[in-house]
Design a protein around this ligand. Structure first.
Ligand SMILES: *Cc1c(COP(=O)(O)O)cnc(C)c1O
Length: 611
């Protein structure tokens, strides 16, 4: 098939309508186009050349940088919500034909593999995996300077194919290349392992190495650099360096700012990545004047968030409340908010996929159509749920020596084990919990989550839950599943009856596991923080604990409210009015899955930040 140079339509070469110009034969769909062409061939040839340019130009427009990206359970390059959000974002871009390329590091030893002993003591083992099984190693390399040494950076490619067939490349940078010393080879080994020096080295590889690798691969036309959290902020310095076209030219701040987009995820100042300037000088050298770094990144310490805030044309928090909190933290910056989402197809379990395929055709291409789930019969919703619950309960009964059953109300709680998430709130009063369960007709609990190796209080939380499970015994069966990862997450968010979330406000910037649950018809019982302030309609999409006021946390009052909601509202509804319970399930899908997804989220990024 040829392309008509006048109207751009495909034409068969056999139509006989053709014309030769400067040694090339052109084909036409109609005498009209042939006549137009022959009157002024030069004009159409120029248009053809221009068109080839736009196509090339639109090939890669956005580079999305993230310290962690979770695209698949088998690729252990994520630790939690931040990385999975990055993966879900890129998957939505692929579905929606948004021209983006992802950049992260290849952690050969992953985050870690979690084992738990009988007391709930966490053991961290390296993850062994073969990148060759999932990624393609590319021949290109680039270099970055770390502590005065030239460190070679290699790259692996993973391709995400969207439901529309559009492909999004993800680059995994890797310092484990032959030319490097053993020490440099190890720079990209562990996600969030090592000390500050190790972390800063990794951030140089990500930010500086990432920009250089894009160039090496021929992506010269990137128009937006999206920093998913401050870990990637050093890319700004590399862009500034490139903007200084010769010795006398100035850094082009405006040009760089115009191309940078920053998403902050951390609602407390202590959570922002910071490096002291002596370390920066030791590790990154002195290619930038100290005064300039101080101006952009803070006067006493290099604050990666500040660097990104100063040099991005668009900045956002990840939920409405988180936007407000971020504006309080950084009053002089215009910080918008775009509420997180999850990638619907990834997080819907098999039984609900079949249900949606049948009743909401097209839901994979357009998550907002999940609103039509209101029309699905309640028995069908319940059937799909019981199938998912069966999968979870079977898995638990096979993998552990706890015996759960499918008829008992099951509550799930799985997220990183860290203090602010307050996984132990349910165990404030064991006797009360026992009574509630007995009175209602039974309750069983499923937990999972890794504590960061250095987070001692997070590890203590796991021990506390395991201890509670021993004390409660058969009265309230509890299981703590080891090594929480994406596949397990899907099994949990779809297989429990209720998803519990009890963070200390305003620490949960967004939270996404409750969105995954909603996609599988599982309602949330949650503190009013992060996304739940937007997704919660009491008794309709789920239930709340505590007030909407940020910074106000009374552990004991919130625990009492948690018990009261379970005892007076939730358990009676589950056991005595199944019909109304399924209404809540259906509303969770229709109101929340249709909105808290990455299709909607990426549309907002495209309109507000990329265009
Ligand atoms: C979704 C997910 C998270 C994030 O859950 P939050 O509710 O945001 O804490 C963390 N880890 C895994 C494995 C997940 O699938």
């Amino acid at each position: 098939m040829a392309t008509d140079p006048v109207c751009g339509m495909k034409v068969s070469e056999g139509t006989g309508l053709s014309s030769e110009y400067e040694g090339t034969r052109y084909y036409f769909c109609s005498p009209f186009c042939k006549d137009s062409f022959e009157k002024n061939p030069q004009r159409f040839i120029e248009l053809l050349i221009k068109k080839a340019f736009w196509e090339a130009e639109s090939k890669i427009k956005i580079a999305y940088f993230s310290m962690e990206i979770g695209v698949d359970s088998q690729i252990p390059t994520y630790s939690g919500g931040l990385g999975i959000l990055a993966g879900d974002t890129l998957k939505a871009c692929a579905d929606m034909r948004i021209p983006v390329i992802g950049i992260t590091l290849l952690y050969r030893k992953g985050y870690f593999y979690q084992e738990l002993d009988g007391e709930g003591n966490q053991q961290e083992l390296p993850v062994s995996w073969n990148p060759e099984n999932y990624l393609r190693s590319l021949a290109e390399t680039t270099e970055v300077n770390i502590e005065g040494r030239n460190v070679k950076v290699g790259v692996w490619l993973y391709t995400i194919e969207g439901v529309t067939g559009f492909k999004v490349p993800v680059l995994f940078l890797d310092t484990n290349v032959e030319a490097n010393t053993p020490e440099d080879k190890a720079i990209s080994d562990y996600l969030y392992g090592g000390d500050e020096r190790y972390r800063l080295s990794q951030e140089i590889v990500l930010g500086v190495g990432g920009i250089r690798m894009l160039e090496r691969l021929g992506h010269h036309n990137v128009q937006r650099y999206h920093m998913n959290e401050g870990h990637a902020s050093l890319l700004i310095l590399e862009l500034l360096r490139k903007s200084k076209t010769d010795e006398v030219a100035d850094w082009n701040y405006d040009l760089v700012r115009h191309s940078c987009v920053f998403t902050t995820h951390t609602p407390v100042p202590a959570g922002h990545d910071k490096f002291n300037y002596q370390l920066v000088k030791d590790v990154a050298g002195e290619s930038f004047p100290a005064d300039m770094l101080h101006m952009l990144g803070g006067s006493n310490i290099l604050n990666m968030t500040l660097l990104a805030l100063n040099m991005s044309h668009y900045v956002n928090g990840v939920a409405k409340r988180h936007g407000e909190i971020s504006r309080e933290m950084f009053p002089s910056y215009p910080i918008d908010s775009i509420t997180n989402g999850v990638h619907s197809y990834t997080w819907v379990c098999d039984s609900f996929r079949s249900l949606y395929d049948e009743y909401v055709p097209g839901w994979q291409v357009d998550s907002s159509s999940l609103r039509y789930c209101l029309g699905i019969a309640k028995e069908k919703i319940w059937e799909a749920h019981m199938e998912a619950k069966g999968c979870l309960i079977n898995h638990i009964n096979q993998m552990t020596n706890v015996r759960l059953n499918c008829e008992t109300m099951t509550i799930g709680f799985a997220r990183r084990a860290t203090l602010y998430k307050r996984a132990d709130m349910l165990f404030t009063d064991l006797q009360k919990l026992r009574q509630i369960s007995q009175k209602a007709g039974g309750l069983q609990l499923v937990f999972a989550g890794k504590a960061h190796p250095k987070d001692l209080s997070g590890k203590e939380l796991i021990r506390k839950i395991v201890a509670a499970s021993q004390q409660l015994g058969l009265d309230v069966p509890i299981v703590y599943l080891p090594n929480y990862e994406m596949d397990m997450s899907k099994l949990l968010v779809s297989g429990v009856d209720l998803w519990l979330n009890t963070p200390r406000k305003p620490m949960e910037a967004s939270g996404t596991s409750g969105m995954k649950a909603a996609h599988n018809g599982v309602p949330s019982l949650s503190v009013l923080d992060g996304w739940w302030l937007e997704g919660h309609i009491e008794g309709v999409t789920g239930w709340s604990i505590g007030s909407t006021t940020p910074h106000s946390n009374e552990d004991s009052i919130e625990a009492a409210e948690l018990y009261a909601k379970l005892e007076e509202v939730i358990l009676p509804l589950y056991y005595k009015d199944r019909d109304k319970w399924i209404d809540v399930m259906r509303y969770a899908i229709a109101f929340n899955a249709s909105f808290f997804n990455t299709h909607r989220m990426v549309q907002q990024y495209t309109v507000n930040a990329y265009l």
